[in-house]
Design a protein around this ligand. Structure first.
Ligand SMILES: Cc1cc2nc3c(=O)[nH]c(=O)nc-3n(C[C@H](O)[C@H](O)[C@H](O)COP(=O)(O)OP(=O)(O)OC[C@H]3O[C@@H](n4cnc5c(N)ncnc54)[C@H](O)[C@@H]3O)c2cc1C
Length: 354
């Protein structure tokens, strides 16, 4: 379906591994995607997404000796541009995903005149790790401070580590880290854990796991890497030092989904609900990456689902085009050539854009 410049075939929200993989696939499929890559910020909500905040990525296939997170994202962006994706350094400020065509507002757009109209939207706005807000935390992120044991545990072989948090995911991270670390201290602000009993039993039974109860981290201290933590006992006010090489912050994640409230189905934690691949309940709206995945949260899984969203969008557009040509033959096409409401039935044969 031609992109008439007025109504875009594909608009992609986000430029992490999910969004840029969608862009590579849809650009190679001649769909002229527009990517709103986000805006510069000091958090992971920035062009390139979460990997812009890390150093070495050792588990993304294809890089035998590893790759720096920002370098990987720069390559993905270049790859999308090479095939003709248009990338704008802006955020979607508002969306109307139920209209046809779909409407996307940029900051400053008048209420009645959104800048962007689209046949399909791929939502790849990702998620962010909740952080403690410590003075040195952001500076040492990727240099001993981490939010992902699966990603970074390997770097801490025979080292001492602290994990902050008291829920299931904190204990899951701590148990995983015991494969590498000589000891893992769970720092928790209360004297009991929120985690499920089975996870608690596993943690209590693991001889590498210790607990700093009723304690909060005041700061993480180190020059170029983590050297120790300053802890404060919340009951006595007593300060102490915990010598560790790593701090894993495991106090939760938040998906970037505020924009879609009231329009897209979300689970209780705010993650988008998808079905049959990357489809949402709205025709022409697809979601991929961490914004719809609170389980795996990896660059490669985000990229994989970005590929799926591109293929799903392409099939949707092909079915729209087919419906429009049948409508033309029978005299029933809408002026815009877009389906009025229900999604067209999608072809199940292999995608054409792989
Ligand atoms: C410190 C750290 C280290 C990590 N290390 C690894 C690792 O070694 N290996 C690994 O596999 N995974 C790692 N991960 C996890 C990995 O980074 C994520 O799983 C992956 O980035 C998710 O990709 P995504 O495209 O879904 O979203 P994100 O990377 O979160 O990107 C979201 C994008 O959406 C944009 N956005 C948000 N709101 C809007 C809006 N309104 N309009 C337009 N754009 C918007 C943001 O600017 C951003 O570009 C790490 C994560 C962190 C935080």
């Amino acid at each position: 379906m031609s992109d008439d410049g007025n109504v875009r075939n594909v608009v992609i929200l986000g430029s992490g591994p999910a969004g840029l993989t969608s862009a590579i696939y849809t650009a190679r499929g001649d769909l002229s995607p527009l990517v709103l890559e986000g805006e510069p910020s000091s958090t992971s909500d920035q062009p390139g997404g979460q990997l812009m905040l890390t150093t070495e990525v050792e588990n993304f296939p294809g890089f035998a000796t590893g790759v720096m997170g920002p370098a990987l994202m720069t390559e993905m962006r270049e790859q999308a541009l090479r095939f003709g994706a248009e990338i704008r350094t802006e955020k979607a400020a508002r969306v109307d995903l139920e209209s046809s065509p779909i409407r996307v507002w940029l900051a400053g757009d008048p209420d009645d005149a959104p800048s962007i109209l689209a046949r399909t939207v791929i939502v790849a706005t990702g998620a962010r790790s909740l952080m403690l807000g410590l003075p040195n935390e952001a500076r040492l992120l990727g240099y001993g401070v981490s939010t992902c044991a699966t990603c970074d545990g390997f770097f801490f072989r025979d080292k001492t580590i602290a994990v902050v948090g008291g829920g299931d995911s904190a204990l899951e991270e701590a148990l995983f880290l015991t494969k590498f670390a000589s000891s893992v201290t769970i720092v928790h602000r209360r004297d009991s854990l929120r985690a499920s009993k089975i996870m608690q039993d596993r943690a209590f039974a693991n001889e590498k796991i210790r607990f700093a109860w009723n304690s909060v981290v005041e700061d993480v201290v180190g020059g170029t890497t983590v050297e120790h933590l300053r802890l404060r006992n919340v009951l006595t006010g007593e300060l102490s030092t915990l010598d560790v090489s790593g701090l894993f912050v495991a106090i939760g994640h938040a998906p970037n989904t505020d924009l879609f409230k009231g329009q897209l189905e979300m689970d209780p934690a705010g993650y988008l609900v998808t079905h049959d691949g990357t489809k949402t309940a709205l025709p022409g709206v697809f979601a991929c990456g961490d914004v719809q995945d609170h389980v795996y949260r990896q660059a490669v899984t985000a990229a994989g689902s970005g590929c799926m969203a591109a293929i799903d969008a392409e099939r949707y557009l092909a079915a729209l085009e087919h419906a429009a040509s049948v409508g033309e033959a029978t005299g029933g096409t809408s002026p815009s050539g877009l389906a009025a409401s229900a999604p067209p039935s999608l072809p199940t044969a292999g995608a054409t854009i792989g």
